[in-house]
Unconditional design. Structure first.
Length: 401
């Protein structure tokens, strides 16, 4: 009998935070198993909710402030202080896609300037170690705005300061680092990022994620060329030894990873940095069933997304894993290779995007109930009731979607 459940979802972009998603799944579980023991483990991947989650896990606190948002307008934001000397800067809290109105989604114009302002505020608060969470970005400026906020000057061929935005980077000729905040030299910066995201090339961040942020095909080409120029000039003028073009994580958050790497930041696999602080492995090991979720399950899920990481870890302990998703996209079947036993979309019928986002919690709860009832039917079948198909003379287990 299933009694212990580990609920470990990520957030659903522009719909549900990881905490809200976990609570919605738990509600669905309780409809079927009222006395269930449910361990809520809302997971952060560096994107929305990272600072709040790590502050709660460590007994730290959020520091509110106003900074420059991705469109240049001021936004109310925050960073976290985990202890006296350790801060968490969540780029999505100041430059995330959710902060860009739909009619203003142009990644050629948006900026990471506010990220630099948050880093500077953390330095003002006494931080000596700064963890920067990358994810859910609405920008594609390579971190140029962040460097400008920290004192770097980005100059064109006439020696004039470049305006904000990734579309300006093709005109960059020189980076003047003389005005950079001197405290950066004695501060450790760790960047929690997806190592699969790289800055340049055919799998460069502008080509992979630019369209999601509103870029047209022509803008994708423009942004890609600008980011290549950015990597070249940064490498030369800041004497960077790391590979800013295609190094793991350099494309994180529209290339913010590359910009911070040029300042000496260490680009680290986000789950190594974030999930171990939540004692995730031990909590998964105690569960009879692991439930995870994300907004879209597709070919990118196995490339550093929360459900894939949860499944990999759960399989170390032989725990079954069910993944729920807002949508099922091309290549979703690949998640079985990393340990997801079954997956399902949460939408009961075709709906508008607005309705899907607004009713995400309701749909997720209902989908959890439906899936769990199906699972429990399977546990009640008599032994031998399900016969495995024979394929080419070899007995193979059937797979369910």
């Amino acid at each position: 009998m299933l009694t212990r459940f580990a609920v470990a979802p990520s957030g659903f972009k522009e719909s549900l935070s990881a905490q809200s998603a976990a609570e919605a799944i738990a509600s669905g579980v309780r409809r079927v198993v009222p006395d269930a023991e449910i361990d809520l483990i809302p997971l952060v991947d560096g994107g929305e909710g990272t600072a709040r989650a790590l502050a709660a896990a460590s007994g730290g606190r959020l520091v509110p402030l106003t900074a420059t948002g991705p469109t240049g307008a001021p936004v109310d934001t925050h960073f976290a202080l985990l202890d006296k000397y350790t801060a968490v800067v969540e780029m999505a809290a100041v430059a995330g896609l959710s902060l860009v109105p739909r009619d203003l989604r142009d990644p050629g114009r948006t900026t990471t300037y506010g990220v630099g302002e948050l880093i500077r505020a953390a330095l003002d608060a006494g931080a000596r170690e700064i963890l920067v969470g990358c994810g859910d970005s609405g920008t594609s400026d390579g971190g140029a705005g962040a460097l400008q906020a920290l004192g770097a000057r980005l100059l064109d061929d006439q020696g004039r300061e470049l305006p904000h935005g990734g579309r300006e980077l093709a005109r960059l000729r020189r980076v003047d680092p003389s005005g950079l905040d001197p405290r950066l030299a004695r501060t450790g910066i760790r960047v929690a990022c997806n190592p699969f995201n790289v800055l340049c090339g055919e799998r460069g961040v502008a080509r992979v994620f630019g369209p999601q942020k509103g870029a047209t095909p022509a803008q994708v080409d423009q942004l890609s060329a600008g980011l290549e120029n950015w990597a070249c000039v940064l490498t030369r003028d800041l004497n960077v030894r790391a590979d800013l073009y295609a190094g793991p994580g350099t494309g994180a958050s529209g290339g913010l990873g590359a910009g911070l790497a040029a300042l000496g930041g260490r680009l680290l696999p986000r789950f190594e940095v974030l999930l171990d602080q939540l004692d995730l492995d031990a909590r998964l090991a105690r569960a009879d069933l692991v439930l995870t979720a994300e907004g879209a399950l597709d070919h990118q899920t196995t490339r550093g997304k929360v459900p894939a990481e949860v499944a990999r870890r759960a399989k170390r302990f032989g725990r079954p894993v069910l993944a729920l998703a807002g949508t099922i996209g091309e290549g979703a079947h690949q998640v079985r290779t990393v340990g997801v036993d079954a997956y399902s979309a949460i939408l009961p019928a075709p709906v508008t995007l607005t309705e899907a986002l607004g009713r995400g919690g309701e749909f997720l709860t209902d989908a959890t109930e439906r899936a769990l009832r199906m699972i429990l039917i399977g546990t009640r079948l008599p032994a031998g009731a399900v016969r495995q198909p024979v394929v080419s003379g070899t007995q193979r287990p059937s797979s369910v979607r």
